[in-house]
Ligand binder design. Structure first.
Ligand code: BG6
Length: 489
């Protein structure tokens, strides 16, 4: 087998990833407006986060302070440099730049913050990788326009994208438009439609139709931003950002196979538009069958064609399975009524029920590359876990190392054996942050521990976990030296 160190190109982007609302805090300073993430309360492993109408007394909103990266980024970047990061993925908080989304002028203090942040990263040899909208949109765009189901938001997004791409044209090369844009069509769970599109369903809404309209508006906005970005700086690399959770057929029953492919279609839909620049025939057929008349114009279709992406960024955490067999209980799926999502008996799960599957990463890299033939960038991967500070002050997170090692090995195989073009790897939550799904602090991903608990108590002190030295070595060696120690999950 090819040696690990031969697999990764010299300029491979080893990094770490976070998102503005999960780290920055400072939710109401320097002219920032409220964002959709600022009205999410804390949940727990079992209780969903609530979306409140504005910020209400008596609720705890974990993103308001998060880990106070806004004031501590210099200290954190010092640690990132020590870790050896070559790339740091974060997002720009749209509501720092346009506090209401539709303001006549951008907020200079917000622009200055990201100038300073990017300068600090570059000074430390770290390439910024920037998502334009990572699960947050100015709250006023929901209040005044109903969110992305309203096509006026296409122009607001494009203006925001143009403003920041212009401002940072000499500081940022790698961009992505909407984070995990394909999360929303799967379940219609309100958290995702809210965070992806700032949409709340109203009485009588056909949820699928409303979500599709918002999604189309986002895809058009994304394509327009790509075109404008390329005109601003032809060297920009502008990608999309997908969530990939492969859906396996539970059994080799042909209907299980079909069900799995139908479920994947909903996820591929977004990627198909981003990469091919057109609406796939399976989607048009479905809309016709369902009687959905979606609002888009000939010019929009042209925009989709003109704004295809340079690379595919994606997150990978887990896989799932689907079956049509009667004797199993599971979550039903819509496009294939007799099928349901079930657990995979071959996989273990973390404490939040996310099934750990490194081979699924290799499978995903292969499938996505075969489908699109575009460079791939793994911009999120990691395992949320409870960490404990031992009496000697150490955090022995060998479970995290085991997870990441196995996934890096899978990535290596995809590159070295299967010939997949992978640009970089930025594990999620390089430093502990507020969990998106549950709002917990104690669902930790980082190599750096942050002293803060689920109730918001703690000193915010940073402390290196044992995984820190391990990942530092991986980057230094440009891959894993010792493949034999990787558990083959
Ligand atoms: C992805 C998101 O869905 O998964 C991140 O892009 C999120 O924002 C990450 O934090 C992990 O999810 P969670 O719920 O464990 O924070």
């Amino acid at each position: 087998m090819t040696q690990m160190n031969d697999a990764f190109p010299k300029d491979f982007l080893w990094g770490g990833a976070v998102a503005a609302h999960q780290i920055e805090g400072a939710y109401d300073v320097d002219g920032k407006g409220l964002s959709t993430a600022d009205v999410l309360t804390a949940g727990t492993q079992k209780t969903p986060r609530q979306i409140t109408q504005g910020v209400l007394q008596g609720h705890y909103y974990p993103n308001h302070e998060a880990i106070d990266f806004y004031h501590r980024y210099k200290e954190d970047i010092k640690l990132f440099k020590e870790l050896g990061l070559k790339a740091f993925r974060t997002s720009i908080n749209w509501s720092r730049i346009f506090p209401n989304g539709d303001d006549a002028e951008p907020n200079e203090a917000g622009l200055q913050f990201y100038d300073d942040l990017f300068d600090e990263l570059l000074k430390n040899g770290i390439e910024p990788v920037i998502t334009l909208s990572h699960f947050e949109i100015p709250y006023a765009l929901y209040e005044n326009y109903g969110g992305l189901k309203n096509r006026k938001l296409i122009d607001f997004f494009v203006r925001y994208a143009e403003t920041v791409m212009n401002r940072y044209k000499d500081k940022v090369t790698y961009w992505m438009t909407f984070n995990e844009i394909n999360n929303q069509l799967d379940t219609f769970d309100e958290l995702h439609t809210w965070t992806n599109s700032a949409v709340l369903f109203e009485e009588g809404d056909n949820k699928e139709k409303v979500t599709l309209q918002a999604s189309l508006n986002e895809l058009i906005a994304s394509a327009k931003a790509v075109k404008i970005g390329k005109a601003i700086n032809p060297d920009f690399q502008i990608g999309c950002m997908m969530a990939y959770v492969p859906v396996y057929p539970y059994a080799c029953h042909p209907k299980d196979m079909l069900a799995s492919s139908k479920m994947m279609e909903r996820r591929f839909f977004y990627n198909d538009v981003h990469v091919r620049g057109e609406i796939p025939s399976y989607a048009k057929k479905r809309w016709e069958r369902e009687g959905f008349e979606l609002d888009y114009t000939k010019e929009d279709l042209l925009s989709l064609k003109e704004g295809t992406v340079d690379y595919i960024g994606f997150s990978y955490y887990m896989s799932t399975a689907v079956t049509t067999l009667d004797d199993l209980d599971g979550q039903p799926i819509r496009d294939f009524p007799e099928a349901k999502v079930v657990g995979n008996p071959y996989l273990e799960a973390n404490d939040w029920g996310w099934q750990i599957d490194p081979n699924g990463l290799r499978y995903t890299l292969n499938t996505v590359y075969q489908r699109y033939n575009k460079p791939l960038f793994i911009v999120e991967n990691g395992m949320g876990a409870y960490d404990k500070i031992e009496d000697d002050g150490k955090i022995r997170d060998d479970y995290r190392v085991k997870y990441l090692k196995a996934h890096i090995k899978a990535m290596h195989e995809a590159i070295a054996i299967d010939g997949v073009d992978v640009m970089g790897y930025t594990p999620w939550g390089v430093i502990d942050i507020v969990s998106f799904g549950s709002g917990e602090m104690e669902k930790r991903y980082g190599f750096i521990y942050v002293d803060k608990d689920n109730q918001g108590k703690g000193t915010l002190e940073r402390r290196k976990k044992e995984s820190f030295a391990w990942y530092q070595k991986v980057i230094e060696d440009n891959g894993l030296k010792d493949l034999t120690s990787c558990a083959d999950e």
